[in-house]
Design a binder for this molecule. Structure first.
Ligand code: ZN
Length: 92
């Protein structure tokens, strides 16, 4: 079976459930994207995200170009749930 969940999903999914990582993603998106495979389009979406983008799943879907189903899948994915973002930069 092909792993079809993209890094983009995981980034968005984790940022939705983890306020800490969301803050770091919004504050320093370029640093958070290091080590993640995202397309130019996806990168543009991530750089444009704001606090308001995470207001509701529908707003987030519009901001990221993902459907609500995609988002739900991203949020429920074990990789979104188990790992914090930013493998390169460590906190503390
Ligand atoms: Zn996190």
């Amino acid at each position: 079976m092909v792993e079809r969940v993209r890094d983009y999903f995981i980034l968005i999914g984790h940022a939705w459930i983890c306020p800490d990582c969301r803050q770091r993603l919004l504050a320093d998106p370029e640093a958070m994207l290091i080590g993640h495979k995202v397309s130019d389009e996806e990168r543009t979406c991530i750089l444009a995200l704001t606090d308001e983008s995470f207001g509701t799943m529908m707003i987030l879907g519009e901001a990221t170009g993902l459907s609500t189903d995609d988002l739900r899948e991203a949020i429920d994915h074990p990789r979104s749930r188990l790992r914090h973002l930013g493998v390169v930069k460590r906190r503390r």
